[in-house]
Structures are given as structure tokens and as C-alpha cells.
Design a protein around this ligand. Structure first.
Ligand code: NAD
Length: 484
């Protein structure tokens, strides 16, 4: 059952083969629930990335580039089936490597991965050009061609799901992919690469190169034969990627961070609002780009909401992510845990009031208590900066104008939520809130059919839906002189 996490070194997957890194180096990936070494993983450097890019280019020029689109779609469906039949092992690997509870992976991540593959498998043979009758002396039309070799760089918070958000549309469009998983969660990506081969996807179409961001990631960004970089991660690295990609004018999509506002008015269904506010910030231990980390509450119900939210925090079942009853696991790494604890300290020093939580749990593994700060002011750092942990900042507001000002008052703009039973107010807020997604009377659901992304420090471009097809194709104009 655990074969893929217990082999000595998990090798790179390049051109259909598992190979050691050119340098012979490897790195450790740890189990965040215990802090113990889970596996050793080959560490790709620029030479390995170059081999992966060459292999992906060759695949593009070979069988894959000449395959019928419907056949590509069928292979993606086959991969979806293999993921389904291997879901126990994938769930276990993802949980051990990332600390995500198996209950959440089964309920959310794996169904989303399969849905994503199925959706784009169905789209593969529907990526059409257009006849555009520009002139009477010519037949003019467009073809949508695959963009080429795609570098996909993914974070550790949803390794499987965010990886598939990139792999599935890229392959549906006929591109090939060099995938670099985050260095702290490399294992599930390697397994997906193997399953892709088993599904019959030709060697080189999906290469997987675990390694460090500044080395393997940067090598993808700098490589002159990579046509596109699709990145999900922090704004800091997003800047570096944009600069690196300028070298050969690579196309870039950036899905970055967030500090999303979840706004609760007194006329809302408070039970539902508090429940969703809790899962909005505590789901995945708060390590979610669209986490509702700022809970804006009308001052008339601030104390009531705080009290009920604190009760929800205290009711979280925190523990071993492999236990099916656990709904909150550890933080992904010691460094991230310390970053969160530092922010909790900052909040204390800024004068915000901790209602519940605020501490590390035990000294084995990287567990942090779900934490609620009340009476937070908009200017405080814990209200402005992404903490990426189970830390809610509850901010009171006076009226609609105040709520909008606070909600739109950070550098981010990924998502926002508003709770109200006033339909006109709901519409005012969907218009006024600066966010890629606005939820009304719910918080957090996403669907592969709907475009996903933000602007400003949350990045640019959209993933999901038909928008992703534009990310991985380029229109070519054909102009055939037909005479008069
Ligand atoms: P990160 O930016 O540190 O790392 C992300 C990936 O980039 C990793 O694979 C890393 O190895 C790689 N990387 C690091 N330096 C690089 C470089 N110089 N060149 C190329 N690649 C490099 O982010 P993280 O800590 O893994 O993830 C957390 C961040 O991701 C948060 O800010 C979060 O909000 C964001 N995120 C956004 C979304 C979204 O859809 N908008 C989703 C999930 C996470």
C-alpha cells in the first residue's frame, strides 16, 4: 500500500522513465503530522529541467502532436479512471506528505481532480477555430494551436488538485507539460505522472521534476524552449517568475495569494454565516488562497458572531490526518507553522484580542490551534497580510460604505463573500467588491466550469472553464487567396 512512499529515493519522471537526478542529489520530504522523514526525493537541477523540456518538445513534435483531439480526450478520461481506482493510495500519499485530512481529500480534492480531468477530456475535441469572412477574395479562418511546452509550477496546499487544474487543460489543448511540484509535497505529482503513462499518454507529454523553487522552478522559468509558465503560489515568487519569463516573452498565468473578506450583515442567516465563516478560515488549516481570513461583521452582531465562531474553532477535531474523524490536520511545515505563530504574536502586539487559540499544539508535528482575533482594526498587519493559517481576523464595520472600504482595502483581490437577505444590497456588493469571485450567502465553493483568479497581488489571468483553453492555445490565421 505504501510502496510509493517507502522506496529509497523517489526518482524524477522524465521521458517515461524514473531517473536519478543528474547531480545524484536528493532531498527529504517530511510528514508534517510527526516531523519525521517520509521519503527521499531526487532533486532536479537546471540540467534535469533541460532534459525534461527536450523530452516535452520531442513529444510535441511526435505522436502527441499528431494525435486526434478526441483520442487525447479519451486518454484523459482513462487517466481519470486510473485516479479513481488508485484513490486510496493517492489519498494516503497526499495526506502523509501534506498533512491534509484524508476525509477532506476524499470529499474535496480527489473528486475535484476527477471532475477537472473529465471536464477537459470532453473539451479536447471542441477547441474550434472560426471562419471569419473578412474579404470576398479570400477564405479567412483561424485555427487554435497548442501553445507548446508548458511549465507548471504548483504550491503545497492542494498539490493534486492545483496540479490537475494545469495538467488537464494543457493536455486537452495538445500541449506538453513539465510539472514542478512544491518541494515539501512532491509525492502525489510523481504518482500522477506514472498513472498518466499507465493510461497510455505518451512518454514526455507529462514530465515531473521535483526540486527547489530557486533551482528547478527558476530553470523552467528561464528555459528558452518553454512557451508558457502557469504558476500558483506567493506574490513574491510571482514577481520573480514574471521577470524571468521576460527572457523569451513566455506567456504567464499567475494565481497568487489572497486576504479575502467575508462580510456578515445582521439581516443574514447568522447560523449559516458563522458556520461558513468557520470553514472559510479553518478548512485545510487555513492554507487556502481564498480563505475568508478577514471576517467583517456589522458592529451590532460583532460579539455574538465572535462567540459563536470561537465555539466552532474549539469544536474542530484536530489530530492525525489519517484518522477519518479528523477535520483539521497539521500545518504543512515547521517554517509555515513558525510564520503563523509569528503573525499571532504580531496580532497580540498590535492590540487585537485573542478569543480562542493562539498556540502551537504539543511538540510533535506542526499543529496550531484554530485562532480567532476579535476587534481587529483594518490597518493592522494581521488584517492586511496573508497569514496562510487557521487565524481569523474579525473586523467590526459600521455601515455598507465602511464594509466596502475595508473589504477592498488590501493589495489582494481574489475572492469575497457577503451575507445578507437584502437582494439589492447583495447586488450592490457583487458590483462594488474588488474580487475575482464574489459569493453571496455562501463561502468558498469553486467549480472547474467557472473562471478562477484575481488581479493585483492575487495575480492575473484565469484558470478553469473555457478561460483555460485560451491559456494554452494560440490562434493562427489562415488566409487563402480565392481570387475574385
Ligand atoms: P511559493 O510561491 O513559495 O511556491 C510555489 C511554487 O513555486 C513551489 O513549487 C516553489 O518551489 C516554486 N518556486 C519558488 N521559487 C521559485 C522561483 N524563483 N522560480 C520558480 N518557481 C519557484 O508558494 P507556497 O508557499 O508554496 O504557496 C503558498 C502561496 O500560494 C500563498 O500565497 C497562496 O495564497 C498561494 N496560492 C494561490 C492560489 C490561487 O489559486 N490563487 C492557490 C493556492 C495557493
Amino acid at each position: 500500500m505504501l510502496d510509493r512512499t517507502t522506496t529509497d529515493t523517489h526518482r524524477l519522471l522524465i521521458d517515461g522513465r524514473r531517473i536519478t537526478a543528474g547531480s545524484g542529489r536528493s532531498f527529504e520530504t517530511l510528514n508534517p503530522a510527526t516531523g519525521e522523514v517520509l521519503a527521499h526525493v531526487a532533486e532536479a537541477d537546471a540540467g534535469d529541467v533541460d532534459a525534461a523540456v527536450r523530452s516535452s518538445r520531442a513529444a510535441l513534435n511526435g505522436e502527441w502532436g499528431h494525435m486526434r483531439a478526441a483520442d487525447r480526450g479519451a486518454l484523459l478520461l482513462r487517466l481519470a479512471e486510473l485516479i479513481r481506482s488508485n484513490s486510496d493510495e493517492l489519498t494516503r500519499i497526499e495526506s502523509l506528505d501534506s498533512g491534509k485530512p484524508v476525509s477532506a481529500i476524499r470529499r474535496q480534492d480527489l473528486p475535484a481532480v476527477i471532475d477537472t480531468l473529465t471536464y477537459y477530456a470532453g473539451m479536447a475535441d471542441k477547441i474550434n477555430g472560426q471562419v471569419i469572412p473578412a474579404r470576398t477574395d479570400a477564405l479567412t479562418y483561424t485555427i487554435r494551436e497548442p501553445l507548446g511546452v508548458v511549465g507548471a509550477i504548483v504550491p503545497w496546499n492542494f498539490p493534486l488538485m492545483i496540479g490537475m487544474w494545469k495538467i488537464a487543460p494543457a493536455l486537452a489543448c495538445g500541449c506538453t507539460v513539465v510539472l514542478k511540484p512544491a518541494e515539501i509535497t512532491p509525492l502525489s505529482a510523481l504518482m500522477i505522472g506514472e498513472l498518466a503513462l499507465e493510461a497510455g499518454i505518451p512518454a514526455g507529454v507529462l514530465n515531473v521534476v521535483p526540486g527547489f523553487g530557486q533551482v528547478a522552478g527558476q530553470a523552467i522559468v528561464d528555459h528558452p524552449d518553454v512557451d508558457k509558465v502557469t504558476f500558483t503560489g506567493s506574490p513574491r515568487v510571482g514577481h520573480q517568475i514574471l521577470q524571468g519569463a521576460a527572457g523569451n516573452f513566455k506567456r504567464v498565468t499567475l494565481e497568487l495569494g489572497g486576504k479575502s473578506a467575508n462580510i456578515i450583515f445582521p439581516d443574514a442567516d447568522i447560523d449559516s454565516a458563522v458556520k461558513a465563516a468557520g470553514s472559510g478560515i479553518f478548512f485545510n488549516t487555513g492554507q487556502v488562497c481564498s480563505a475568508g481570513s478577514r471576517i467583517l461583521v456589522h458592529e451590532s452582531i460583532h460579539d455574538e458572531v465572535v462567540e459563536r465562531l470561537a465555539a466552532r474553532a474549539a469544536g474542530m477535531r484536530i489530530g492525525d490526518p489519517l484518522e477519518s474523524g479528523t477535520n483539521m490536520g497539521p500545518i504543512v511545515s515547521e517554517a509555515q507553522m513558525n510564520r503563523i505563530l509569528d503573525y499571532i504574536d504580531i496580532g497580540r502586539k498590535e492590540g487585537a484580542h485573542i478569543v480562542t487559540g493562539g498556540n502551537r499544539i504539543g511538540d510533535r508535528g506542526y499543529y496550531v490551534e484554530p485562532t480567532v482575533f476579535a476587534g481587529v482594526r483594518h490597518e493592522m498587519r494581521i488584517s492586511q497580510e496573508e497569514i496562510f493559517g487557521p487565524v481569523a481576523a474579525v473586523i467590526p464595520f459600521a455601515d455598507e460604505e465602511d464594509a466596502i472600504r475595508i473589504a477592498n482595502g488590501t493589495a489582494y483581490s481574489l475572492a469575497a463573500g457577503v451575507w445578507t437577505n437584502d437582494v439589492t444590497r447583495a447586488h450592490r456588493f457583487t458590483r462594488e467588491l474588488r474580487a475575482g469571485t464574489v459569493w453571496v450567502n455562501t463561502y468558498g465553493p469553486t467549480d472547474i466550469r467557472l473562471p478562477w483568479g484575481g488581479v493585483r497581488d492575487s495575480g492575473f489571468g484565469r484558470e478553469h472553464g473555457e478561460a483555460a483553453i485560451d491559456n494554452f492555445t494560440e490562434p493562427k490565421v489562415v488566409w487563402i487567396n480565392t481570387g475574385r
